[in-house]
Design a protein around this ligand. Sequence first.
Ligand code: MOS
Length: 746
Amino acid sequence: MSDILALAPRFGSNSGQSLTRRDGVAKVTGTATFAADNHPDGLLYAVYVPATIARGTVTHLDVAAAKAHPGVVEVITPENRPPLAGDPDSKPFMFAFRFEALQNNTVRYANQPIALVLAETFEAATEGARLLNPLYDAQQPRMGLDGDAPFTPESGGLGLPGTTVHGDIDAGHAASAQDIDVTYETPEQYHNAMETHAVVAQWNGDHVTLDIPSQAIVMQRGAFGYYFGIPPENVTIRSPYLGGGFGSKAIINGPQILAILAARMTGRPVKLMLSRDQMFGPSGHRGATRQRLRIGIDTDHRMTVLDHNSLATTSTFDTFVESAANASQGLYAAGALRSAHQGVRIDAGTPGPVRAPGEAPGSAALECAMDEMAYKAGIDPLEFRLKNYAETEPGTGKPYSSKALRDCYAQGAARFGWAGRPLAPRQMTDENGMLVGWGMGTALFAAPMFAAQARAVLRPDGTGLVETAASDMGQGAWTALAQIAADSLGLPMDRIEFRSGTSDLPDAGIAGGSAHTATAGGALHAAGTDAIRRLAELATGDPDSPLYGAGNAGVIARDGRLHARDDDTRSESFADIITRAGGAEVEGKGSASRTAEASAAHAMYSHGAVFAEVKVDPDLFQIRVTRLVGAFAAGRIINPKLTESQLMGGMIWGISFALHEEARFDQRTGRIMNADLAGYHIPVNADVSGLEVITVHEDDPHVNPLGIKGVGEIGITGTVGAIGNAIWHATGTRVRHFPIRIPDLL
Ligand code: MOS
């Protein structure tokens, strides 16, 4: 532990408090400015024309008709589209996907942009887009998991999961006394943030200012610079508020690039905002999966083998294969472990990271398979999991940085009332004759870190300024990060100014991977304590300060004052120290990342256990999730209210995955038939009842100096399997695909 922590309280008066989101009032009163709320003078509105075929070429666009419409200023097609400095079919960065920006007249998926219309009003642009009346040379699209021959992705980058093997798989199969061999399927899902993708682009010479929702503000500055041939510092990104992201706003997409290009072409600011149906195409989604799980156990119910194979859809022109089988690494202590992945190319947009990428569908299949194995073995599913509890990371043997999963199981089970659950299905009914079932699942998500920097300033008036280019997608990052920053400076929340959300600030890393609080928070903590250390040098070296000479014993920052560690009555206010020293602001800088050595030393995960009760109508087969208890251990909790909210959100996504969400492709045309929020079902209030979150205490001395793991994504994992298992327990019908709907139970 560094001496920085000796100066500032690790866990002060702000962290650990259930503060309400600082942006909440701004959002509910409408004063929060989202990207598309910006209206610079001279603004043009851009509307893109989506392809209505999934494979083929555009043979004709009635540009003359569109241009003749009053208010239409320009129509951009592959014929007149100005060049980009960076090729949209290149992959310059790990988080760069190939995209369509009118580089040619080929259609690679439905809803791909095939033209962009610019007009003085949104209405004129919309009408202009309609008048283009595209004609196509259409080909039969390849659809579904059997739509093309599978391929094995080369492992390495984002979305390229390879095969991981630990132990002797054949021996593990041979050694089993009992086994199962089951196949589960999950559908394509589209992350539908409330705020659809948008951009307002303004060029000033070779500098561009972008109002754009971003989960990766500084990183994307470099990416936009690449595509437009300008240095990163010539790109200003403003992203103070996001209406959700879920992974999609970490990735640059074609329509946004086109709008920025249009602004440069016309010399006017341009705004583009995707319509809801356009969210089903160019901005990523979760590919469908087919997962085969083979589990073998010995006579003592210990797993001899966990063999997980996943096939997932990706596009024809880029590769993002859902790493579903990796859900079987890191959790259960099987004698032999294999996670293997294959992809299949279909005529859809490229998938991308969607909350709990890989883990969500992988955990759904794994946790149901575990339930099937337990039932076949004749033991309680929780007992089966405890029997195969991993004390060190399976396969690698690495120690966990911390793992309070046993406590999660115990507290969740106690709260739910799991004890005494009948092993056999279809044993319980309620007073209304509904079939009642109980199921459970383990939740797991890695606790990664990205790299971040931050800056902290103490001002002569005793207030603080902290800066990092963090993204608040609505989860409350702004609040939790400010809590950490305030504590690092020993100041109450109302005496710090927390600036984030713009690219002129230090890089906060990616708001993704459930790593933002740990990463950006770590940098803020380091910056704040650096500022306090500099302030302490001023005070303890100044004969006029009550703290003169207190340096050896150390000082503590608290409530805007420095106190001598060995004598609390010796103290001086920040303002007095700074003023006496001449009034110059005291600046601290900090960064956070995880070293390769730290990654090698420990396996780092958040854990949880989810227990579900469902009720199924025995005649109509309507399914209701009536109770859901999730117990999660995720290291230090900075803001219990926001944490609970994140975990609840994840569990609701789990309900969605289990019972509702599915993009339905028309197999003949390749178009998504339910590309709107009426047909693309997600849970509404009536679908969510009896939701309970328990945060289990966990100290983690290794994961990072603040002991923070993540809570953003883990709530989905575990929940889907728990619900699937509860449905089986209620009905005796094992449905091996998601979502589970009424016809599956008939
Ligand atoms: Mo994400 S898929 O880490 O927002």
